[in-house]
Design a protein around this ligand. Sequence first.
Ligand SMILES: Cc1cc2nc3c(=O)[nH]c(=O)nc-3n(C[C@H](O)[C@H](O)[C@H](O)COP(=O)(O)OP(=O)(O)OC[C@H]3O[C@@H](n4cnc5c(N)ncnc54)[C@H](O)[C@@H]3O)c2cc1C
Length: 397
Amino acid sequence: MNLKSGYPYWLLKHGLPNTYPSLKKNHKCEVLVIGGGISGVLTAYHLTKAGMEVTQVDGRHFGTGSTCASTALIQYETDRHLTDLAEMYGKDKAIKCHELTLTAVNDLSKLIKLHNIECEFKNRDSLYLASTLKDKAKLTREYEARLEAGFELELWDKAKIESKFPFSAPAAIWSKNGAELNALKLTYALLKINSRLGVSLFDGTRVVQINKTKGKYEATTNHDTKIQCRHIVIACGYESELFLQNKISSLNSTYALVSEPVLPSDLWYRSCLIWETARPYIYMRTTSDNRIVVGGKDEPFYNPKKRDSLLNKKTKDLTRSFVKKFPTVPFFPEFTWTGTFAETKDSLPYIDKYRGLIYVMGFGGNGITYSQMAGKLVADIIKGKNNPDLELFAFNR
Ligand SMILES: Cc1cc2nc3c(=O)[nH]c(=O)nc-3n(C[C@H](O)[C@H](O)[C@H](O)COP(=O)(O)OP(=O)(O)OC[C@H]3O[C@@H](n4cnc5c(N)ncnc54)[C@H](O)[C@@H]3O)c2cc1C
């Protein structure tokens, strides 16, 4: 699949921190993780910590699928409101999903601190704006539902928003517990940790076929080498559906840009994450080197040629949207890119076993939060542990 084009800032800034050999001879392991983006490396980390012997392969260089294109806003708030999920699955399950995403954000933060990982991680509050007056009632219901469920948040009215920002909106939810990071740096730091913990790593190694014989799996690679293992985790991002042979998500095209650095005084209140109720939404964050990230303006198709042809127009649209909100900030886009972006119907991930293979499909705007959550859940799937949380992310939910 053609996952991205243009110049993802973090990939250009840091390049590839490391490379790994491709698999040139047959290999045996307990668990094979296919895919080495953020989902795969977090899964490999948690499985290794759970005492399993893990091998991980990636057909590209690790992290150069969707992960290097990610703008990496880390949020517990899912793209579908808690109130929407409550209508779909009942209040208890909707709250549970939000509790799990909140735990995942906190766990990720702890993991980064534990290993002293330098990945530009910063805790950030989040401002979720009502895009229109019509959305105010919906946003207020969401606030009430989350407050009742015990989440830490505030409802801001127009006056409060105007007192903190140079723009207005009918209402907003101000939430704690968000974060920002550099997903590529985090991925490579985890690869290093995983390697020390004993994970065998091979990049440039694409799995082209999987067979099962006598209770064991055999994965054939593009080098015609074989990997024999007891369990396989498919963490192939938006390419996972090629193994699943079922369509369970919709593919969109999304756009992002990073500005030239601005003065710290040009940045906004607490450098919070900013997003909105419109779908598709526009979002904004800052970087550790005082740049501004703006993204969104999604289009509902997977057509790389058409997607790429819109990059200049979308850059202008995103720039206009930013300047409208922050007219006095000297804003000059320096890096622009576009990528494919998969969404599920309910914005929740799929983390489940199907026909013997374990899938980690953390799609949507919370992809990275879901990747962290998946790592722990996959360990339970492999151990055969009856974890009721898995039901929330099952294919047949
Ligand atoms: C522009 C953009 C902005 C985003 N913003 C955010 C955000 O703000 N917050 C957030 O949480 N998420 C965001 N996301 C989503 C997030 O980036 C993804 O959910 C996440 O990176 C997916 O990671 P992954 O490891 O599942 O997939 P990937 O990073 O795509 O990794 C999958 C890997 O599997 C490999 N692979 C595929 N098939 C095979 C095979 N057969 N054999 C071997 N290897 C294979 C690929 O080469 C790839 O490296 C954004 C995405 C984009 C594109």
